[in-house]
Design a protein around this ligand. Structure first.
Ligand SMILES: [Fe+2]
Length: 505
């Protein structure tokens, strides 16, 4: 009932704003073509704050105004000054809005050169123990056509759960992080991103080697970040859950400084649920799972998650859907005693096969609870390498599983439910949406049991971070030569066989 009332109020507010409605005097609601790449993101206290970022073509004074119950309440809020920074031929604007009221539906408008934007909407955390969110990953498009395929998947997620508190994008927003690609992203996603709060995660295509792009696309709480060159790490609470967002572009995957930050961050909360979002996946059957960074991430991150009581890790990067059973020390344990890892599939159109050669070398089938490869057909040599997990064995692909993936996650007190879906690709002329549930699982726990065990300073100075890079790379090198290389060499015959017979590396 509460959600229905909220929805009705939101619809009425947006309709009133769109029509002029007399709610706000002297307002123009024409879309300003000079304003683009707008986003509303989590930024610190989710009950009281939001971060906004948008772009203009020229250096103009910009503004934001916020409405509650149809009334302009901007003057009652604490607003930092709107910053304006030149970036790659455009002008980036950021502002953090503070002093919002918990559990409230808001709409907002951004001003470009002349006119105000279409209204966007968000809802602040009401602090109860019921929340839900949608996750997507790896749109990683270069063309407007493929961005539109990605946003089709994301919109279906909001159709399945229109009351989602926020959207998680697990990284690789674009392919090459160029102006042209971010413009395509904005053209496809702007109206979607303004409907609900976004929690963005930096992917390797968004940051590594294209410095500062990710940081310049979103207004995030950088006070927690170890470094901002290739992405941002941050954390936030929502309801009875604590979320830590990692930046896996840091020192090729995760620096020792960021691992220490995660360890302390997860010990500084007594929320019932602890969830980690990151781009690169510790458990995967995709092509990137065979490199040292994936195994090093698994070796280091999993120990911290186990030690601090993390329940769920969600990641992307490998463009297939995979869920592990509950794992501890890389062994299957009863639910509630270990960590569940979900590789979230791709909402986009670039999809990976599984790599058979990794079986029994880097991963064993008994650890997996669900797997869906989102591809169809045969490879160039005529071999099937597309499949899904059915009752513990791999089967050929089901055509209803060929499409974009999103997940809907709900938390209700001591129960977490994740349902993952494929939205089937549409053939030319096809208009019907075919949605297939590819995974569903529950985690349950006794609430009120977590305790705060860290209260110190969890920040890292630039000097300390720079000094820590040497041991970070040394640690990765020692792991690579001492652990990864011997296992890779054992796997090599199977890898060569797959290259020769299936033309897959
Ligand atoms: Fe990636």
């Amino acid at each position: 009932m509460k959600n229905t009332i909220r929805k009705c109020i939101s619809i009425l507010l947006v309709m009133a704003l769109l029509c002029g409605g007399g709610l706000v005097a002297n307002a123009s609601y024409t879309q300003d073509s000079d304003l683009f790449r707008q986003s509303c993101t989590v930024n610190g206290d989710t009950a009281a704050q939001r971060g906004f970022c948008w772009y203009t073509k020229t250096a103009v004074d910009t503004q934001i105004r916020v409405f509650a119950n149809g009334r302009d309440i901007t003057s009652t809020l604490k607003l930092d000054d709107v910053t304006c920074t030149a970036w790659e031929g455009n002008y980036m604007h950021k502002v953090t809005v503070k002093g919002l009221t918990a559990g409230t539906d808001y709409t907002y408008q951004l001003k470009g050169d002349t006119a105000w934007s279409e209204p966007g909407a968000f809802r602040t955390d009401d602090g109860d123990d019921k929340i839900s969110f949608i996750s997507i990953a790896d749109v990683q498009a270069s063309s407007l056509e493929n961005f539109l395929k990605g946003v089709r998947t994301a919109k279906k997620g909001l159709e399945v759960n229109p009351d989602a508190d926020f959207i998680v994008n697990l990284g690789d927003f674009t392919n090459d992080s160029t102006n042209e690609e971010w413009d395509y992203y904005a053209e496809a996603f702007d109206s979607f991103d303004s409907r609900v709060t976004l929690a963005p995660i930096s992917g390797n295509h968004d940051g590594l080697g294209v410095w500062h792009w990710f940081d310049n696309m979103f207004n995030l709480d950088k006070s927690e970040s170890v470094q901002n060159l290739n992405g941002v790490n941050y954390s936030y609470d929502y309801g009875n859950a604590h979320f830590a967002v990692l930046n896996t572009n840091d020192a090729l995957s995760l620096s020792l400084a960021q691992l220490r930050w995660l360890f302390n961050d997860m010990r500084s909360t007594d929320k019932d649920w602890k969830i980690v979002f990151m781009h690169k996946s510790p458990y995967t059957l995709g092509k990137d799972g065979k490199w040292p960074d994936a195994l090093y991430t698994k070796a280091t991150l999993t120990r911290i998650c186990e030690a601090t009581g993390v329940d769920l890790v969600m990641s992307g990067h490998d463009h297939q859907y995979l869920r592990t059973k509950s794992l501890k020390l890389n062994h299957v344990v009863p639910d509630g005693e270990g960590v569940t890892y979900v590789l979230a599939g791709t909402a986009g159109s670039k999809r990976y096969e599984i790599r058979d050669f990794m079986f029994n070398h880097f991963i064993t089938l008994d650890k997996l609870a669900a797997l869906t490869v989102q591809r169809d057909g045969k490879n160039d040599l005529g071999h099937y390498n597309q499949c899904y997990l059915q009752d513990g064995t791999l089967d050929h692909v089901d055509l209803n599983r060929v499409g974009g993936v999103f997940s809907n996650i709900t938390i209700d007190g001591g129960k977490l439910t994740l349902k993952a879906y494929v939205l089937k690709d549409q053939a030319e002329g096809e208009t019907e949406d075919v949605l297939t549930e590819i995974d569903s699982f529950e985690l349950t726990k006794e609430t009120g049991k977590n305790e705060i065990t860290f209260t110190g300073d969890n920040s890292t100075s630039p000097v300390r971070y720079a000094l820590g890079l040497i041991p970070s790379f040394l640690s990765l090198a020692v792991y690579t030569f001492g652990n990864w290389l011997p296992r890779f060499l054992c796997m090599l015959p199977d890898l060569v066989y797959t290259v020769v017979t299936k033309d897959v590396f």
